[in-house]
Each structure stands twice: as structure tokens, then as C-alpha cells.
Design a protein around this ligand. Structure first.
Ligand SMILES: Nc1ncnc2c1ncn2[C@@H]1O[C@H](COP(=O)(O)OP(=O)(O)OP(=O)(O)O)[C@@H](O)[C@H]1O
Ligand SMILES: [Mg+2]
Length: 258
């Protein structure tokens, strides 16, 4: 699908890169910086529409768009926009780097005061994700728990995982979840990302049947005091069992045979 899309030369894509104010002085600085890092083109693609074009996303901190660089190929770029609540992307870049080294976040390729560039994840946000099977759902939930725990082991508190609807992207090919948006991330001695993501999954319709909040509660209060790997393992096995319980497998089989 991507090969059918037109790439726009970066300097002609100001209305996308610098939405909502392409004529601002900050915009010229951002374009110059992107060019100096070899980012040459922007691809109109994604769910946020601007005029007749699209970008991947527009939030409080940045505009996220698909771009091309000779060195890295296809990239997702998150750059400050003129109305951003941030003045620099460097803190987010640092948190992102730590998370991407553990494959929790998509791989980080470039960073500067004005932007970060990382691997695009072409797939739904957690809120829009419709797993094809209970097994796929169980896999995604278990990987998310592991990734939240990995952030706990390095002392990074994501800060927005109790509402993970737009903070997790699912790779459509592998069903691998990636935690994005380190805009609110901080260093913390007890980050407790794991309890937050479990609470967050329970708020998402597709995952609700995998989380028994009463059963996991005592383990979570223990985990909040000590971020131990054996509690992660226990929590994962409870959630996997609940996701894959025989009644659901039976329902699935009978639907397929209809
Ligand atoms: N690697 C990526 N691949 C594909 N789409 C992405 C990627 N990173 C971000 N996006 C899209 O861009 C949106 C905005 O990204 P992000 O949440 O990092 O920006 P933000 O400015 O911090 O937004 P908010 O103010 O909502 O927190 C995401 O919800 C997602 O839809
Ligand atoms: Mg954000």
C-alpha cells in the first residue's frame, strides 16, 4: 500500500510538519534540522487529516508523520509543533532511547531538540485493536505485561499507561505491542508500570475478559512494594489462563464451524 503513496519533498510539506502554523519561525528551524539529518521526504499517510493530506498523529507535544531518510528508510518523526506544550524533545528522546534498547519502544534512529525519529509501527492503536484469536490476544497481553515490567526494572515511569488506548501500537504482522509516547515519562524508584498496564487493559473492551481484577489485586499490591520478576510470571500465567479458558476456545470453535 505504501508504494502507491506519493512522497512530498520536505520543504513542500510545511503544512503537515508544522501544523497548525507552517509560517512560524520555529517551523523553519525544524525543517532545517530535519534536512541536516538526511530526512528528505514526507509521506502523506495516517489517521489525522490536514487539508487533502494526512499525518500519523497530532497531540499536545508533537506532530507525528511518516518520512523518508536515505540512511534509515521509512521513519516515524515526532516533531515539536508551534503550539506544543514542550520546548524540547530531548527528555522524551532519552526515555525513548532507554525503552527502545529493551525493544519496549520502537527503535530510535535520530533525536534533536526539535524532533525524534523512530521505527513506524503500521498497525492499530490498542483501543482499535481487534485480535483475530484468543491466542493472539493472550500473546499481546503477555508481551505488554513483560514490557511494562522491563520499564520497571530500569526505573522509567511511563506516566500514561493506566489509559493505554493511544500509548500502545500493535504491529499488524507480528501482533507485537510497542509502548510509545514518553512525553510524560520520568525516572522513579518504584515506577509501577506493570500494575498500571493491567488496570489499563481492564479498561479496554477487547481485553476485559482476560483480567480478573479481584484475583490479581493481592499480587499487584505485593508487586508495588517489590518489582519482582516472579510476580510478573505469576500474573502472566493468571492472565493467560483467563484469556485461553476452555469456554472461550469452545465458543470460538463453534463460531468458526457456523
Ligand atoms: N511509531 C509510530 N508509528 C505509527 N504511528 C505513530 C507512531 N508514533 C506515534 N504514532 C501516532 O501518532 C499519535 C500521536 O503520538 P504521541 O502520542 O507520541 O504524540 P503526543 O503529541 O504526545 O500526543 P498526546 O498529546 O495525545 O499524548 C499516536 O497516537 C499514534 O497514532
Ligand atoms: Mg503525549
Amino acid at each position: 500500500m505504501l508504494d502507491r503513496l506519493d512522497a512530498m519533498v520536505l520543504s513542500n510539506a510545511r503544512s503537515l510538519v508544522c501544523y497548525p502554523n507552517p509560517s512560524s519561525p520555529l517551523c523553519s528551524k525544524i525543517i532545517k534540522e530535519l534536512e541536516s539529518r538526511g530526512i528528505s521526504h514526507v509521506i502523506s499517510y495516517g489517521g489525522f487529516k490536514i487539508g487533502g493530506h494526512s499525518i500519523l498523529g497530532h497531540g499536545w507535544a508533537g506532530n507525528v508523520f511518516l518520512a523518508v531518510s536515505e540512511k534509515h528508510g521509512l521513519l516515524a518523526v515526532k516533531s515539536l509543533h508551534p503550539k506544543s506544550r514542550r520546548r524540547s524533545m530531548l527528555k522524551e528522546a532519552l526515555m525513548w532511547l532507554a525503552a527502545s534498547r529493551l525493544h519496549v519502544a520502537p527503535q530510535l534512529f535520530e533525536a534533536s531538540r526539535y524532533f525524534i525519529a523512530y521505527k513506524p509501527i503500521l498497525g492499530p492503536r490498542l483501543a482499535d485493536y481487534r485480535p483475530r484469536t484468543q491466542q493472539e490476544k493472550a500473546y499481546t497481553a503477555a508481551r505488554l505485561l513483560t514490557k511494562a515490567h522491563l520499564l520497571d526494572t530500569i526505573g522509567v515511569r511511563h506516566g500514561e499507561l493506566s489509559r493505554p488506548h493511544a500509548q500502545v501500537l500493535i504491529d499488524s504482522c507480528s501482533s507485537e505491542p510497542y509502548i510509545i509516547d514518553y512525553d510524560s515519562a520520568t525516572l522513579h524508584t518504584k515506577p509501577s508500570n506493570l500494575p498500571k498496564i493491567i488496570g489499563g487493559l481492564a479498561r479496554i473492551k477487547a481485553f476485559r475478559d482476560c483480567i480478573d481484577t479481584i484475583q490479581v489485586r493481592p499480587l499487584l499490591s505485593h508487586y508495588k512494594k517489590r518489582h519482582e520478576t516472579n510476580i510478573l510470571i505469576e500474573l502472566k500465567s493468571i492472565i493467560l489462563r483467563k484469556c485461553l479458558r476452555p469456554r472461550q476456545l469452545f465458543n470460538q470453535a463453534s463460531k468458526q464451524s457456523q
